[in-house]
Design a binder for this molecule. Structure first.
Ligand SMILES: *Cc1c(COP(=O)(O)O)cnc(C)c1O
Length: 308
C-alpha cells in the first residue's frame, strides 16, 4: 500500500456562513478506497506476521458491513494470501449486501455464524478450536486490534509534523487511538470520538496501553493526554439522523472531504462543535485524522451528495 498518498491537507471550514475555522487533515482515506485509512495501518503488521509464520492465509471476524472485513479481503488478495471471514449473522449470505459481495469477489471465504457463536471469537477455547480446524491460517482479531494493529497506527503521526495542540480521530475498538497517543508529542491532546454509546472507550484504551507499556504510571500519563467523547449525541453505533447527513453534505460541498456517517462524520462533527464552544481555537495547531471507511457509507447512498 502506498502511504505516500496519505498527504496532509489544510482545510478551511465556514462556521455560520462567514467565520473560517482552519485546521489540518491527515488524509489516510487516500491510501486505498477499500483498504482505507486506519484499516491498512492495523493490517500491515498482521499481514507481515502471517507471512513470517508462513501461513497460507488470514482468518478474521466482522459484521455484515465491516470495513475491516473488506479491507482484509483485499489486502490478502494483494499479498497472495487466502482469507476467511467469520461473519456475525447466520441468516446472511455473500449476496446479502455490497460489502459481503465484494469480500467474496476478493476471494474471501465467508463463514456465517450465529450471534451466540460470534460472541465467542476472543475466547481461548474457541480460538483453540479454530487453530485446530484452520491450522494454516493466522487469526486476526475483529477490527484488526492487538499488538500489530497498535504498532501500525503509530506510523500515522510520524508522517506529520507531530507538533499539534489537538488531534481528533474516530474510534471503534480504540486501537488507532492507542497507537496515536503512543506516538504523539507529549504536549498533544488527543480527542477520541467514539462511534459507540457508553463510557467504555477509555477502559479499552487503558487496557491496550497497559498491554503495550506494562507500567501503570506510564499508562496514567498517556491517558491524561486523552479526552474521550462517546456517541450520546447521535445515539450509538450506526445511528444516523438528518442533522448528521446534512452536516456531511455541507462538509463535502465546502471542502470536498468525504466523511462516512458511522465514524469520521461524527468525529468531524465533534471537532466543529468544540470550535463553536471554544474548546479549540483557530490559532491552535489542530489535526483531524481521516481514518477512511467510506465503503461504510454505502447504506446511505441516496442521501449523501458525494454519491451523486
Ligand atoms: C474501523 C474504523 C475506525 C475505528 O478504529 P479503531 O482502531 O477500532 O478504534 C475509525 N474510523 C473508521 C473510518 C473506521 O473504519
Amino acid at each position: 500500500m502506498d502511504t505516500n498518498k496519505s498527504l496532509i491537507e489544510k482545510v478551511h471550514f465556514q462556521i455560520n456562513g462567514n467565520e473560517l475555522f482552519s485546521f489540518h487533515v491527515k488524509r489516510d482515506d487516500l491510501i486505498d478506497p477499500i483498504i482505507s485509512g486506519n484499516k491498512w495501518r492495523k493490517l500491515e503488521y498482521h499481514v507481515l506476521e502471517a507471512q513470517h509464520r508462513q501461513k497460507s492465509g488470514i482468518l478474521t471476524f466482522g459484521g455484515a458491513f465491516s470495513n475491516h472485513l473488506i479491507a482484509t479481503a483485499k489486502a490478502c488478495q494483494i499479498a497472495g494470501l487466502q482469507s476467511i471471514g467469520f461473519v456475525r449473522g447466520s441468516e446472511l449470505s455473500p449476496e446479502s449486501n455490497e460489502t459481503l459481495r465484494a469480500c467474496s469477489d476478493f476471494g474471501m471465504e465467508l463463514i456465517f455464524v450465529s450471534r451466540d457463536e460470534y460472541r465467542l471469537k476472543d475466547e481461548p477455547f474457541y480460538r483453540n478450536e479454530l487453530a485446530l480446524k484452520f491450522p494454516t491460517f493466522y487469526v486476526v482479531p475483529e477490527g484488526g486490534k492487538g499488538y500489530q494493529g497498535i504498532i501500525g497506527c503509530q506510523k500515522i503521526l510520524k508522517e506529520t509534523a507531530n507538533n499539534y495542540d489537538n488531534v481528533y480521530l474516530a474510534a471503534g475498538t480504540g486501537t488507532t487511538a492507542t497507537g496515536v497517543v503512543l506516538s504523539a508529542n507529549p504536549n498533544t491532546q488527543i480527542h477520541v470520538v467514539s462511534a459507540l454509546k457508553g463510557e467504555f472507550m477509555s477502559k479499552n484504551v487503558q487496557n491496550f496501553l497497559y498491554k503495550s507499556l506494562f507500567d501503570e504510571e506510564l499508562v496514567e500519563d498517556y491517558l491524561s493526554r486523552m479526552i474521550f467523547i462517546d456517541d450520546k449525541r447521535f445515539g450509538g453505533f450506526g445511528k444516523v439522523n438528518d442533522v448528521l447527513i446534512n452536516f456531511i453534505n455541507e462538509v463535502y460541498r465546502t471542502t470536498r472531504l468525504k466523511l462516512d456517517p458511522i465514524y469520521t462524520g461524527k468525529a468531524f462533527y465533534q471537532l466543529i462543535e468544540d470550535y463553536k464552544s471554544g474548546i479549540v481555537k483557530s490559532s491552535d495547531k489542530i489535526l483531524f485524522i481521516h481514518t477512511g471507511g467510506l465503503q461504510g457509507a454505502n447504506s446511505w447512498k441516496d442521501k449523501l451528495d458525494y454519491f451523486k
